[in-house]
Design a protein around this ligand. Sequence first.
Ligand code: GLN
Length: 248
Amino acid sequence: MADLKLRIGALYPDQMNIYADRGNIAVLQRRCEWRSVDVSVTAIGLGEPIDPEQFDLIYLGGGQDDDQRRCAADLIERKRDGLVAAAARGAILLGVCGGYQLLGRWYELGEERIEGVSLLDVETIRGEGSRLIGNVAIETRLPGAPEGAVLAGFENHGGRTRLLDGAQPLGRVLKGQGNDGSSGYEGCRAGTVIGTYLHGPLLPANSWFADWLISSALGDDLELSPLDDSLELEAHAAACRAAGIAGS
Ligand code: GLN
């Protein structure tokens, strides 16, 4: 698969990297390298614009409210147009937790509203109650992925996210809290733009999803060569068991 190249943009790796979520980038990188798919990772920090032609997959991790605040203004001012254009040409955009919230319309904390880039039709409001914390498993429906494929991970968020105007969830909660602890939905997907609360990091325990992201970013019909995933499958099974469902 040597002619292929995956160009990854890692947004705010210094600010938005709670729970070692940069592990997600490492997984994407390794799974490409193991298949001899050329891969590049470019950090995109505060103040830097995004060239939409330059990336096949753009990643935005989680962060504390303060870090989100700092990045949100920059995201709108310097990066929104590039992100919108990248999504329009079919690049994958993946936001995790705080990153998911910022891909949506806004994150409200009391009187304060942190504006997002509105690539996902969701709103997030900081709840009165305790944070939604714990292991989580969701059943997904993604084009080209096995029906009902499970993602397992960990969540820790104060924000409650609501799907607006017919927005589609990434999955249905099997165990855990998901978007808001009550709707039964987790995450959101609009075409190639995906948001989820699953940390852990997400991809080491869900290698099928890492491959789904890679092949979707490289071109829909692409069949990736299989890898020896015995350790990854064990990690997935352990994450499923931690969430309280049978590991598969
Ligand atoms: N600060 C956000 C919240 O608490 C996101 C947290 C996170 O990224 N883990 O809802």
